[in-house]
Design a protein. Sequence first.
Length: 191
Amino acid sequence: MSDTPESHQGHNNDEGNHEGNHEGPVKTPKQLVLTVLASFVVPIIVIIMLANYVASGSKEAAGSDGLSEEAVARRLQAVGSVEIRDASGPAVLRTGEQVYQGVCTACHAAGAAGAPKLGDEAAWAPRIKTGYEALLTSALKGKGAMAAQGGGDYADVEVARAVVYMTNKAGAKFDEPKAPAAAASAASAAN
């Protein structure tokens, strides 16, 4: 193109036409305010509606009852309990069967970790031959996979009663140990 006045004039006319085509849909300040408000309010309304839709009704987990009220209640059960005892008064000792049911049954009922099952004479026979004292020592101190006192918290005489209970069920003829206070009073009465 040459630098003639006509060429500048045509160029200016083209610029004028382009500027006129840049108008948007908002023509007044009132329309601008309404557009800005709508750009904030409409997404908020959509979010509220979506949240209500998601929260409406109870939806259970697919294929699982892990979130049911019963399952949650089972998981929230107390793990243990506190028992306050009078240390000066006579303690009520548990029987061998009670101790067995409380802690020994976890392994000795199913034979877990090589534990001899209750009443299995063949499995208990070699152990019974070692004698009551050896069995009691193993029960009190632990042996193999078995923790001391089978993992329970019992008086030594209670553990001894459990040993007698289990071995006698397998054919042994051990006498049940007496309570320490009863044994002391029996010894003093004999003297």
